[in-house]
Write a protein that binds this ligand. Structure first.
Ligand code: GTP
Ligand code: MG
Length: 281
């Protein structure tokens, strides 16, 4: 075959992509990358200073992908260094530590920082996100369960994987799914393809379940002011029941959230006297 034709074909099949890692300090971003690229685990914590850069080549179907990995430092101190590197990413690995709730809660602020730094050209729709619930090997200290993490990720159209950089669990599967989705997106003209399988629940349902889990008391859970009337409690309850009823909602954790709402309503009604304003309920 003509060598130029051959070269052109090879070029068409090769891709260059940029991915970044995000998440609080010490959640295991660098170790996840090291486990995949170097097949090893380093137990000692060596904080990333600013950014670590590496390149790896992977094969996805008939394409060779050259992946430029920018491993970000999670410490707030490095914000000034980090902020330069958000632009032009096709993929983001978002990591939290399943034993540290604040690292899970911080995922929203990592997305906010990214959006902010990408400025007006920001199009988060055309970036593949994968969420790693990391350190699942440390089962005894786990505080964020799978359904909670999966709900957060899938309600945003992100992949979700349970990983351990220490044991290697989930790491190859996560990277394979990640690179394969990035390749699909590049083949789809740089647009994230609409998922074939609908997750089957809405963002409103996902956000409500999350709010219920994090509520501080029964008033807060129903979303009413302390001292609300029976009527207000019942109204709030009915709204949540319609949204979360197990017959209607398949989001992970919806059954527990529904039960919690039923219990909250029962305990509040026990203590609210009828004299406020009788209702038909
Ligand atoms: P920064 O670079 O500071 O943002 O941190 P990082 O997110 O890159 O964390 P790093 O990968 O350096 O890991 C932090 C600590 O957690 C290290 O002591 C690792 O050995 C440990 N670690 C990372 N992943 C795992 C894991 O899956 N299981 C366990 N048990 N420890 C882990
Ligand atoms: Mg690091």
């Amino acid at each position: 075959m003509d060598t130029n034709v051959q070269k052109r074909r090879e070029n068409k099949k090769s891709l260059r992509v940029k991915v970044i890692s995000l998440g609080n300090a010490e959640v295991g971003k660098s170790c996840i990358i090291k486990r995949y690229c170097e097949k090893r685990f380093v137990p000692k914590y060596l904080a990333t200073i600013g950014i670590d850069y590496g390149v790896t080549k992977v094969q996805v179907r008939d394409r060779e992908i050259k992946v430029n990995i920018f491993d970000m430092a999670g410490h707030p101190f490095f914000y000034e260094v980090r902020n330069e590197f958000y632009k032009d990413s096709q993929g983001v690995i978002l990591v939290y530590d399943v034993g540290l709730r604040e690292s899970f809660d911080a995922l929203d602020s990592w997305l906010t920082e990214m959006k902010q730094e990408m400025g007006s050209q920001a199009n988060m729709e055309n970036i593949i996100f994968v969420v790693c619930a990391n350190k699942v090997d440390l089962t005894k200290r786990r505080v964020v369960d799978e359904s909670e993490g999966r709900l957060w990720a899938e309600s945003r159209g992100f992949h979700y994987f349970e990983t351990s950089a220490q044991s290697g669990e989930g790491i190859n599967e996560m990277f394979q799914a990640f690179f394969s989705s990035i390749t699909d997106m590049c083949e789809n003209g740089g647009k994230r393809p609409t998922p074939e399988v609908n997750v089957g629940f809405t963002k409103e349902q996902a956000d409500t379940i999350r709010r219920i889990r994090n509520s501080k008391d029964s008033w807060d859970m129903l979303g009413v002011k302390p001292g609300a009337t029976r009527e207000e409690v019942n109204k709030a309850y009915r709204k949540l029941a319609v949204l979360l009823h197990p017959d209607k909602c398949v989001a992970p954790g919806s059954e527990d959230a529904f039960k919690a709402v039923v219990n909250a309503r029962t305990s509040l009604l026990k203590n609210i006297k009828f004299h406020q304003k009788p209702t038909n309920d």
